[in-house]
Write a protein that binds this ligand. Structure first.
Ligand code: NAP
Ligand code: MG
Length: 401
């Protein structure tokens, strides 16, 4: 059989540790036998980042702007221990942070739903995708401990030197205070990324804040979303048969619990931080979560939501067998290949992505899985496979489709 051809390169960002090992297995077993893989390769492994003073990360993000679609392996974000372990020149920043700053995107996280791995919330039948605003609020806040009685105010000084003041509190004793901000431009980008992704995936979009209490701060989020929706997206949503739905955050939480899933839930920065952990753990496993960065200009970067699985890597280095779950990394590849196919009008590539996903799920549903899933599955008599054998089992399933 002829291999599938690709007209435009996909930006390939390699990574670290156990996921780097899986990356190679996936390419060797599941991709290159079927596709003339056309990628522009960037090694974001920590050694290469250190060698290039992290220029390689910047280059890979710029290549994503050039070609439109990237697939990324998990990477180490260095801490003090990693600086020592890898003898680093500096504590390089998180590659995801660097890439996100260049592409100005929103991250969408969605669980991979498969029979046999049931969500804790019984009525959840379809994935719930969380979109987290990645700028500002408490993550860029300034705080003070107030030692005793006194007045705290917010002061805005415009460029001409005029001041506007707003009383925060007249303290009569010790207390605490926090100031935080956001930027209209960032909220607008967030809104457009969410509306575009909803159209892309043909799912309803939910958005919620606490605008009844926060009449200026949260209300601005609500207003910006509504204005962009009315002016740019209402017609497109209607044509696609999907809905934009705004409600209060506490109402949203209650509705999410009672829903059957199948929508995108846009969250402010803090809500997204908290709710994405709730949704992912309720759906079963971090190893079954995908993640895609969507820029307001229409660039896409696909990856797994989990890290480099360091503990398994050390076992692997010690020559021990590992049973590391490659599903989220496989889905990062299929997401990227499908998007590449869509942008290039390459139907074969899109069909291949569908087929590989189907084979992956069918393999698990047939009772062949990695150890992490075997521990939580409702299926009986499952076979636990090692990292490579699981990928080979998927290949065998794919050959039968
Ligand atoms: P992790 O790689 O997500 O792994 C934490 C634990 O979760 C593992 O030890 C394993 O549990 C389980 N796990 C995660 N993914 C799994 C998989 N695919 N299959 C089976 N089990 C899986 O987090 P970490 O060990 O805290 O972080 C390691 C490195 O990843 C860090 O250097 C961090 O900077 C980096 N990181 C990168 C990204 C990214 O690039 N997007 C995201 C997060 C973290 P058991 O050990 O119990 O089997
Ligand atoms: Mg968190």
């Amino acid at each position: 059989m002829d291999k599938i051809k690709m007209t435009t390169p996909l930006v390939e960002m390699d990574g670290d540790e156990m996921t780097r090992i899986l990356w190679q297995y996936i390419k060797d077993e599941l991709l290159t036998p079927y596709i003339d893989l056309n990628t522009e390769y960037y090694d974001l492994g920590l050694e290469k980042r250190n060698e290039t003073d992290d220029q390689i990360t910047v280059d890979s993000a710029n290549a994503t702007k050039k070609y439109g679609v990237a697939v990324k392996c998990a990477t180490i974000t260095p801490n003090a221990a990693r600086v020592k372990e890898y003898d680093l020149k500096e504590m390089w920043k998180s590659p995801n942070g660097t890439i996100r700053a260049i592409l100005d995107g929103t991250v969408f996280r969605a669980p991979i739903v498969v029979k046999g791995i049931e969500p804790c919330v019984k009525n959840w039948k379809k994935p719930i995708t969380i979109a987290r605003h990645a700028y500002g609020d408490v993550y860029k806040g300034s705080e003070m401990k107030i030692p005793g009685a006194g007045k705290v105010e917010l002061v805005y000084t415009d460029e001409a030197g005029n001041e506007t003041r707003e009383l925060v509190h007249n303290f009569t004793g010790a207390g605490i205070v926090q100031g935080m901000h956001n930027i209209n431009k960032s909220i607008e980008s967030f809104a457009r990324s969410c509306f575009n992704y909803a159209l892309d995936t043909k799912q309803d979009l939910w958005f919620a804040t606490k605008d009844t209490i926060s009449k200026k701060y949260d209300h601005t989020f609500k207003d910006i979303f509504q204005e962009i929706y009315d002016n740019e997206y209402a017609g497109k949503f209607e044509a696609a048969g999907i809905e934009y739905f705004y409600t209060l955050i506490d109402d949203a939480v209650a509705r999410v619990m009672k829903s059957e899933g199948g929508y995108i839930w846009a969250c402010k920065n803090y809500d997204g931080d908290v709710m994405s952990d709730m949704v992912s753990s309720a759906f079963g496993s971090l190893a079954m979560m995908t993640s895609v960065l969507v820029s307001p200009d229409g660039y896409y970067e696909y990856e797994a939501a989990h890290g480099t699985v360091q503990r398994h890597y050390y076992k692997h280095l010690a020559g021990e067998e590992t049973s590391t779950n490659s599903v989220a990394t496989i889905f990062a590849w299929t997401g990227a290949l499908r998007k590449r196919g869509e942008l290039d009008g390459n139907k074969d590539l899109m069909e291949f992505a569908d087929k590989l996903e189907k084979a992956t799920l069918a393999t698990i549903e047939a009772g062949k899985m990695t150890k992490d899933l075997a521990l939580i599955t409702s299926l009986e008599n499952v076979t636990v496979l090692n990292s490579l054998d699981f990928i080979r089992a998927i290949r065998a399933t794919m050959e039968t489709l």
